[in-house]
Design a binder for this molecule. Structure first.
Ligand SMILES: [Zn+2]
Ligand SMILES: [Zn+2]
Length: 578
């Protein structure tokens, strides 16, 4: 992956890089022409990192940052702009940087700048409706600095349900390969399998055995079939799953039932990925009790299973206790939510493919349920035995905006910080009773945090040869944080502020952030996968027929994303062996 030409040396920092098992060694990081190298000449530009922590650029495995539902959220919530705070520093204005707006659903410009300020180099857009892929790519193109990719949704797609109903894995795989190429997508996202299709008739699938109307297939069969198709194709990333029954008390049983579908399945790929299911925003799927009155944590049951089952990865989906905006391809869930909180609701059904909903949400610290959700997210992170399989996310902006990652890191690293937040709750005693958090003393280390925000997510996405580490040959995304590895601050607020504003961030070999200020728009890339597979005449005919018969309102030739919409590609070829 090319970047800017020239040499940089980041000198004398405490290097924390789980991808090479380096934990706090004082070392130099040399950069040449956008890549990390063994050494550079004496002419290299020097960045002094003495007394500071050096990590690879952050990798976000799951965030809603581009496309139609994100933009519906921006449009329906002008009030969100009032919460943005200071939008442009004096230096940014002087440097001609563009306007930033939005707190929970930032504009594309603020999205790129804010991720860069936190030292993040790669972000995955989590749910792309295939027919709206051009919209997703236009927004990705307008988002500065960070590299991005997008996951098309497959869990409620009519072709997929037709093929899997008949058990046709090869045809499913051929269709997926075509759709990933057509949308310039990255992998297989599954949201409320079957349930969102049922929602087109106002229904839902809440268990793995609920039948999808007309299609006569179950979530169980959809998940199992998509895992098989994914491993048949050998894609870099696994099936990326948002389970059925999100957000309901007692749903941890459906979660465990879904995760069990990975048992005995082996990952097949050339990208170093070991999992066959990535289970996203697992906080929303770890609920006990059977009503909001006796709602309680089941984080331990879920993480005990994940800890044992090596071919599963998870991300947390931590609640940040903010006013935010929910947006998901889980259409029936959003309708349920607006019924609970009576705030404004937007919905779209997408022909043949998916649906989506948007509803604002206030995670109010004075409400017991919100505080229990907050505790569950942190418990999951603290119960995780392998930080390379458990990642920091907020399902941005569903559980909170991504700009709160530094706050989550603070809570995970400091019991003192967690206790201070618990103490601020109106219903503290009830929250302590319904959760385990108060009794958990674990404090994550910088090494574990680097695994959960860098090395782990990069490996899970099959991108560990490029992102998430600092070995020679990798993309030169390097973040320097104002934290002393040898003497961490006793005030946990300093952890949050250090991760919120990187002392320095080098993206693809160029210094893009210095002292938390953005200096450059960088050289962003859009990453997509090109699965190359022998032509499948039946699938080709089925696709042509459904466009010709008018099941789609667009023509087949107008469907694929045009090259000019994604002008800075980084394409990963996958040769599918039959
Ligand atoms: Zn989701
Ligand atoms: Zn999501």
């Amino acid at each position: 992956m090319s970047g800017i030409s020239g040499e940089i040396i980041i000198r004398g920092g405490f290097v924390v890089d789980p991808s090479q098992k380096i934990d706090g060694d004082v070392a130099d990081i040399a950069i040449k022409d956008g890549k990390i190298v063994d050494k550079v000449s004496s002419a290299a530009k020097v960045i002094d990192a003495k007394g500071k922590v050096v990590m690879a650029g952050g990798v976000d495995v799951h965030s809603h940052v581009a496309g139609p539902k994100v933009n519906v959220g921006r449009l329906m919530r002008p009030e969100d702009k009032l919460l943005s705070g200071v939008s442009r520093s004096a230096m940014a204005q002087a440097n001609g940087f563009r306007m930033e707006s939005g707190f929970s659903i930032p504009s594309v410009l603020k999205t790129g700048y804010d991720y860069a300020r936190m030292g993040y180099g790669f972000v995955m857009e989590a749910a792309m409706p295939p027919i709206h892929a051009p919209h997703v790519h236009e927004e990705i193109h307008d988002t500065p600095i960070i590299d991005e990719a997008a996951l098309p949704v497959f869990g409620n797609n009519w072709f997929v349900m037709e093929y899997l109903k008949k058990g046709e894995i090869e045809n499913t795989a051929a269709y997926i390969a075509w759709l990933i190429r057509a949308t310039k997508g990255f992998g297989i996202k599954v949201v409320n399998p079957g349930g969102t299709a049922a929602w087109a008739w106002g229904l839902n699938c809440l268990s793995l055995s609920d039948n999808v109307p007309y299609f006569d297939i179950t979530p169980h069969e959809i998940i199992t079939g998509l895992i098989q198709a994914n491993e048949y194709l050998g894609l870099p990333h696994s099936v990326h799953l948002h389970q059925n029954d999100l957000g309901n008390p007692g749903n941890y049983k459906v979660t465990l039932d879904s995760l069990r579908l990975a048992e005995g399945v082996k990952a097949k790929n050339k990208f170093g990925r070991e999992q066959v299911i990535h289970s996203t925003h697992i906080q929303f799927h770890s609920y006990g009790g059977d009503s909001w009155a006796n709602f309680e944590t089941r984080a331990k049951d879920v993480m005990d299973y994940v800890n044992r089952q090596k071919n599963i990865t998870v991300d947390l989906g931590c609640v940040t206790l903010d006013e935010t905006t929910t947006m998901t391809a889980d259409g029936p869930f959003e309708h349920h939510l607006t019924g609970l909180n009576h705030l404004k609701w937007a919905n779209t059904d997408v022909e043949m493919e998916t649906a989506a909903g948007v509803v604002p949400y206030v995670y109010d610290p004075n409400i017991k349920v919100c505080d229990i959700q907050w505790a569950i997210g942190l418990e999951l992170g603290l119960y995780a035995k392998d930080p390379m399989r458990c990642f920091v996310t907020t399902d941005h902006p569903n559980a909170g905006p991504f700009t709160r990652y530094p706050r989550i890191i603070k809570w995970l690293m400091s019991k003192k910080a967690r206790e201070a937040t618990l103490d601020s709750f109106k219903h503290k005693d009830k929250v302590i009773e319904a959760t385990d958090l108060h009794s958990l003393d674990r404090e994550l280390t910088l090494y574990e945090i680097a695994a959960m925000t860098r090395a782990g997510p990069a490996k899970c996405l099959g991108l560990s040869s490029i992102y998430g580490g600092l070995a020679p040959g990798m993309n030169a995304d390097v973040a320097v944080f104002d934290l002393n590895y040898k003497s961490m601050p006793s005030d946990p607020e300093k952890i949050e502020s250090a991760f919120l504003r990187a002392a320095c961030f080098v993206k693809s070999g160029e210094i893009v952030v210095k002292d938390g200020e953005v200096l450059s728009h960088g050289h962003k890339k859009t990453v997509w996968v090109n699965p190359k597979m022998k032509e499948n005449p039946q699938v080709k005919r089925d696709i042509a027929e459904s466009f010709n018969k008018g099941y789609y309102t667009v023509g087949l030739t107008n469907y694929p994303v045009r090259e000019y919409l994604a002008p800075h590609p980084f394409v990963i070829d996958v040769d599918v062996e039959a």
